[in-house]
Design a protein around this ligand. Structure first.
Ligand code: SAM
Length: 640
């Protein structure tokens, strides 16, 4: 009988069994396998440490990384027989040697029938118990939170129940197994158990005996179809306990819908550190993953988006890092989706030749590479970032949003990503045509092109070729250096002013310094290479000027500066015939841009231009939703 927590690890049949005294230091023989039995309880911290003996009675210290071990329910308690693939000695920092296992797939718990003769007598399997006893003991283990043991006992019980003669008893075991598998994050197994449970239920119920529910396949595909539709009315026909398990599995596997029907302010109000999961559905159907011409795969709009429109997706509960490895090991469906993500060529370089349809091994180094390239660091609510003091380090969480991982970077993106709990929103910052690629900023661009490209190269292995990077890249190094120097000079003047207080004279001094930087971007009398593009070194000085003119109540200057601020973000505004509008937006919509609009509204209000004020406010409100995800906190932020 195979222990249920032993995933089959397929060794090449000709793998040679070795003993501890044959192993070498730092040399892995690819055709060897070692059988050992643990002789102590594991010590579990960042990895699992235990002592094991081989058949010759020699002992070794084992250190196993990424094992789904818990102190309450260890995967390898004392007395477990293990096989280790390609074993070798590794030296320990403090001296001595141990056997280090980094890949969880390199170690497997041996099933009873494969336990070497020497240890067989101690194999603790009591074949004599009947199903009722196994159930009782399984329940006991469940209560003690020894989930894998519970699963093992339910499996023993199930194998003694004849499904056809006693479908109700089988149902009970399947239902219990399903619950345990959900706790253990093994959703694929949970879905399989529940499908059998429902099929057993239907078989045992007269009125359902002829229905398609008696077929395992029909139920199983309903559980995994990512939809809330239930054409067979399965949820209506089964008892509440099974219905609840089905809802839970569907929630965790993710649901795809067309249009979100969210009450975002309400959701936002109950999101907190302990309530991150707010909705199970993915509203992604208006986007698709396609090949781009130069940047690998990308995400594309299937329909036109108006500025402010968006998609939303909660992550499929993939937590970093241990739970992720654990989920990947146990859930084929998640594994397939996850390993499609960009791994920076790791697999091609180090990987195995996996043919189509073959299962993919969980290589933890590859998982880590995918994490580096695709994971998001996110706030609990993007809105909370607005209230962060400058230069503070907000508390961020990490996670994967698989669909969103296909979005490529642009310094001039057409979307902004935000989060409310674990829901990821991608909202258009300008109108997007059907078929256009969606882009967002992986990080805000550094002012200087070299520093910017260095960051993209270092973290993601690419160089950005967006319109801004092309133009910035063509600027002579000396001119770029001067821009940066002048920017730094101005910054230190502004910092000093912060301490001493601002006067009209000092504001004028900053304005003069700013004009010097401007000339380095767009020389007077020459064609302007930054026509239609942001001028990043000017953003902070213009923000300072806008706020400084506002501080000394010079409304006209404040209005000029606020429009300049937008222009330096790449957002070109127009005031014509009493109407305010965005003439051209290749720009960066962020909190400062919203603030600029707020100041414009304020300034027009002060001059009695109610209509201009109203129009600025309308755009500010839309942008506020783009940068935070919802209207929560909007009135307060915009001072309304
Ligand atoms: C999160 S993935 C985006 C999806 C990726 N293109 C794919 O095919 O899976 C990040 C990777 O996409 C590529 N990428 C993203 N933005 C890019 C850009 N602006 N230029 C070139 N490559 C880019 C880089 O290889 C980067 O490591």
């Amino acid at each position: 009988m195979r222990l249920p927590n032993a995933r089959p690890v397929v060794y090449r049949t000709f793998a040679r069994k070795v003993h501890l005294n044959e192993l070498l230091v730092d040399f892995r023989d690819t055709d060897t396998v070692l059988f050992v039995k643990t002789v102590t309880s594991p010590y579990i911290y960042s990895s699992t440490i235990t002592i094991a003996e081989d058949e010759a009675g020699d002992v070794a210290r084992l250190s196993i990384g990424n094992l789904e071990d818990t102190p309450v329910d260890p995967l390898i308690p004392e007395g477990t027989v293990l096989t280790i693939k390609q074993p070798c000695w590794s030296s320990l920092p403090g001296g001595g040697y141990n056997i280090r296992i980094d890949h969880p797939t390199d170690v497997a718990v041996v099933s009873a029938s494969c336990i070497p003769e020497k240890w067989r007598s101690s194999a603790d399997i009591e074949e004599s118990k009947d199903a009722t006893k196994w159930k009782k003991e399984g329940d006991m283990m469940f209560l003690k939170k020894k989930f894998r043991k519970a699963l093992e006992y339910y499996n023993h019980g199930l194998s003694q129940v004849n499904q056809h003669r006693s479908p109700l008893s089988a149902l009970d075991f399947y239902r219990k197994k399903c619950g345990v598998n959900i706790v253990l994050l093994r959703l694929d197994d949970a879905a399989t158990d529940l499908s059998w449970a429902i099929a057993c239920y239907a078989r045992s119920t007269q009125c359902l005996a002829e229905s398609s529910l008696t077929g395992f396949e029909a139920v199983n595909s309903w559980l995994r179809n990512h939809s809330t539709d239930d054409p067979l009315h399965i949820a209506d026909k089964v008892p509440r306990a099974l219905k609840e398990l089905a809802a839970r599995i569907k929630f965790d596997l993710g649901i795809y819908q067309d249009e979100p029907v969210y009450n975002l302010p309400l959701i936002s109000s109950y999101v907190g550190p302990l309530t991150l999961h707010v909705d199970a559905a993915n509203y992604l159907s208006s986007t698709e993953i396609r090949q781009t011409s130069k940047h690998g795969r990308g995400l594309f709009a299937k329909r036109a988006f108006k500025a402010g429109d968006g998609t939303a997706s909660p992550r499929p509960g993939a937590l970093l890092f241990k739970e992720l490895v654990q989920k990947l090991r146990w859930n084929t469906t998640l594994r397939k989706e996850f390993f499609r993500l960009d791994d920076g060529g790791y697999w091609k370089e180090h990987g195995w030749d996996i043919s189509d349809g073959e299962d993919i091994p969980v290589d933890v180094f590859r998982v880590e590479k995918i994490r580096q390239l695709n994971c998001f660091s996110v706030p609990t609510r993007s809105f909370d970032l607005l209230n962060q003091p400058p230069n503070s380090n907000p508390e961020l969480r990490n996670g994967f949003w698989i669909h969103a991982s296909y979005v490529n970077h642009s310094c001039l993106p057409n979307t902004v990503r935000t989060f409310i709990g674990d829901v990821h929103f991608l909202r258009a910052t300008r109108d997007i045509m059907a078929g256009e690629e969606l882009t967002h900023q992986y990080v805000s661009p550094e002012i200087d092109i070299e520093a910017r490209q260095e960051k993209y190269r270092g973290t993601w292995g690419f160089e950005c070729d967006c319109g801004l990077c092309v133009v910035d890249g063509a600027v002579l190094p000396d001119q770029r250096r001067q821009r940066l120097e002048k920017f730094e000079d101005l910054k230190s003047v502004v910092m000093k002013l912060g301490e001493r207080g601002t006067t009209v004279t000092s504001i004028k001094k900053i304005a003069r310094g700013m004009r010097d930087i401007e000339a380095l971007y767009s020389p007077i009398g020459e064609p302007d290479p930054y026509e239609g593009l942001p001028r990043l070194a000017l953003v902070h000085p213009t923000l300072f000027l806008t706020e400084a003119w506002r501080g000394v109540k010079n409304v006209d200057r404040m209005l000029d500066s606020a429009r300049q601020l937008l222009r330096n973000f790449g957002i070109f505004t127009r005031v014509e015939n009493g109407r305010f509008g965005i003439a051209y937006n290749a720009g960066l919509i962020n909190v400062e841009a919203v603030r600029a609009l707020k100041y414009l509204a304020e300034g027009y209000g002060a001059k009695g231009e109610a209509s201009l004020m109203e129009q600025c406010m309308t755009i500010a409100k839309l942008w506020f939703i783009i940068i935070t995800g919802s209207e929560t906190g909007m009135a307060e932020f915009l001072g309304q």
